[in-house]
Design a protein around this ligand. Structure first.
Ligand code: 2AM
Ligand code: CA
Length: 275
């Protein structure tokens, strides 16, 4: 367990917001049948949860800035600290009554993520990590999976949203990973994907086109659980490049190589021959 004032602040804020979110999730099923559907209701649930977290964090740590999924960037008087908050990660799951979503809060100090909390209110799993103090789910210490062989590994991914230009590239990557891995999963909540890598439930995970609130908390969880985290090109600043590739050392390395290979320019012998 991590017993620090910072962790108490973060977990208290998240538990408070989770009460509201869980109550709202209970309502979603009733709304599915209404003509208007639960879209507006879910957006309101999202805002309610964010407000609760923001107020709790502001009270405990006045002056810290925010990067909020709903509220955007809020500059604080303390330029060295800011929270990255996703009040509802896995919105599509929530909207469809799929019980796999979470709240994610990460703390950045002078450009480094130093603490993260990810809470899944349905399964009552609180994932926490603080730099140098390890990663835990509820009271259990987390370690990434020890598997070394891609053929035995379960790899998580995220699908590009809407008709983004990334679709063809993603399909190449997916078919390459499918060809050599033990299985591929798309769970739909990026922060939980990272928490599950930390917990050894997934051997590696990659996704592009994310936001800092999706990944801030998860990055420190994976690192404190002994995992490796880069962007999809192997760069060491996923918060800046907004893409993520992580896993245990061996499977992460192999996944990066597969992604690189899938993205190589196609130069067939015919194309290379002078006309
Ligand atoms: P969200 O639920 O907070 O929107 C799914 O692969 C992951 O991508 C989710 O964590 C989801 O977060 C995130 N995501 C980021 N941008 C998104 C977008 N434009 N549409 C849907 N999901 C998005
Ligand atoms: Ca999100």
């Amino acid at each position: 367990m991590i017993r620090s004032p910072l962790m108490t602040v973060m977990t208290d804020a998240v538990i408070k917001a989770a009460r509201s979110l869980k109550r709202d999730f209970g309502e979603v099923e009733n709304l599915q049948v209404s003509r208007k559907g639960p879209g507006n209701f879910v957006s309101a649930a999202d805002h309610r949860a964010e407000k609760i977290i923001r107020e709790a964090l502001e009270k405990a740590r006045p002056g810290y800035g925010f990067v909020l999924e709903e509220g955007g960037v809020v500059e604080g008087t303390d330029a060295t600290h800011r929270w990255h908050v996703d009040p509802l990660d896995g919105t599509t799951n929530f909207l469809h009554g799929i019980p796999h979503f979470c709240i994610s809060v990460g703390l950045e100090r002078e450009g480094q993520i130093v603490a993260g909390v990810i809470y899944d209110p349905v399964k009552d799993e609180m994932f926490i990590a603080e730099r140098g103090k390890g990663a835990y789910v509820n009271n259990r210490r987390l370690r990434v999976a020890a598997r070394r062989d891609m053929a035995d590994s379960v790899i998580y991914c995220g699908l590009p949203h809407f008709a983004r230009p990334a679709h063809p590239r993603f399909l190449l990557e997916l078919s390459s990973v499918m060809a050599v891995s033990g299985g591929v999963r798309r769970m739909g909540a990026a922060a939980l994907d990272l928490a599950y890598v930390a917990a050894g439930r997934s051997d590696a995970y990659w996704e592009r086109d994310l936001q800092t609130w999706d990944i801030a908390a998860g990055i420190i969880l994976v690192r404190e659980a002994g995992g490796f985290v880069t962007d999809c090109e192997g760069g060491d600043d996923p918060m800046a490049s907004r893409s993520i590739c992580c896993g245990n050392e061996a499977v992460h390395r192999e996944l990066l190589a597969i992604l690189r290979q899938a993205n190589r320019p196609v130069t067939t012998a015919a194309a290379a021959r002078p006309a």
